[in-house]
Design a protein around this ligand. Structure first.
Ligand code: A2P
Length: 287
């Protein structure tokens, strides 16, 4: 989910670090990991009062550059899905790096101990409450659209509510799959998660990674692979039906639009927090 507009605040500090520390919404970076020259993840302290539902997003950011005329700075905020589950002590985010992106060109340089701005108002539609009960849950993602599913894959409700969880992730190349691949692999040996969600909970997960611009075991856009039946053949599933299947979609605008058409084609209807139904969609952060 993205809001490309900077959010205004009347800040007048001249140094971004000093300015950030004076904000009531500052949080401290605890770790940073770079996956490729386009992708990185980081963890920050969690405001004690922050409650959210796994899959939701918040506005985060840094102070922008000083205005050349007035010297004033404004916070530069963007919508970011929380990649950590609701029960985690810290908050995790997964981000793209855009060389000339107003926020991510700066955000990619954060280090442990730095501070970022985090508005503690979580919202979003990629939540269990927005879906009617079903048997199989599908997470469809491209790129950093994996983030809300990194949260939901570590959420006990996901396994309590569904018999099977299919996570598809389409990226340009193999290296861009790494964050998701490792997260899913780590679920198998995570003692806390196995205790929390029941031993072997991860056996419900079917992981379906695909690449479009580099050779890998499964090539192609997930939209095409769903429409030509490849996914169902590969996973030994009859198909997607409104009776059994529920979907959550997170990626670029074009991807979301195409996935909506695919899911509507299978007879599923879009849901929301106020009107739960069979699938939900959210735009991944870009820029
Ligand atoms: P492609 O390489 O064919 O464009 P990006 O890095 O540009 O955000 O894209 C992430 C992945 O999402 C890429 O593998 C890209 O495939 C794929 N993708 C982009 N648009 C769509 C779409 N409309 N439907 C399905 N997959 C898409």
């Amino acid at each position: 989910m993205t809001d490309m507009r900077p959010v205004d605040a009347n800040m007048t500090e001249t140094s971004s670090k000093v300015a950030t520390k004076t904000l009531p919404d500052a949080q401290t970076v605890t770790s940073v990991e770079h996956f490729t020259d386009r992708l990185f993840s980081f963890r920050v302290s969690r405001p004690q009062s922050l409650r959210f539902r796994s899959g939701e997003f918040v506005m985060i950011g840094l102070m922008g550059d000083p205005d050349p005329k007035t010297g004033k700075q404004k916070p530069l905020l963007r919508a970011y899905s929380i990649a950590s589950p609701a029960w985690d002590e810290e908050l995790e985010f997964y981000s793209i790096k855009v060389p000339d992106g107003p926020l991510t060109s700066k955000l990619q340089h954060i280090q442990p101990g730095d501070e970022i701005i985090l508005r503690p108002k979580p919202v979003g539609t990629l939540v269990h409450d927005a879906l009617l009960p079903g048997k199989r849950l599908w997470f469809f993602s491209t790129g950093t659209g994996f983030a809300p599913f990194a949260s939901l894959l570590r959420e006990p409700d996901t396994y309590e509510k569904y018999d099977e969880v299919v996570i598809t992730h389409t990226c340009r190349d193999v290296a861009e799959l790494e964050y998701g691949r490792r997260l899913i692999e780590d679920l198998k040996t995570d003692e806390l998660l196995n205790e929390l969600m029941g031993d072997g909970f991860w056996k419900k997960i079917r992981y379906y990674p695909t690449t479009t611009r580099e050779q890998s075991p499964k090539m192609g856009r997930i939209t095409t692979l769903l429409q030509d039946g490849t996914v169902f053949k590969d996973l030994g599933i009859d198909g997607i039906t409104p009776e059994n299947d529920r979907g959550m979609v997170c990626g670029s605008l074009d991807f979301n639009k195409d996935m909506k058409d695919v899911l509507e084609g299978f007879g599923l209807h879009e849901g929301s927090n106020s009107e739960p139904s069979e699938y939900v969609v959210e735009k991944a952060f870009v820029g």
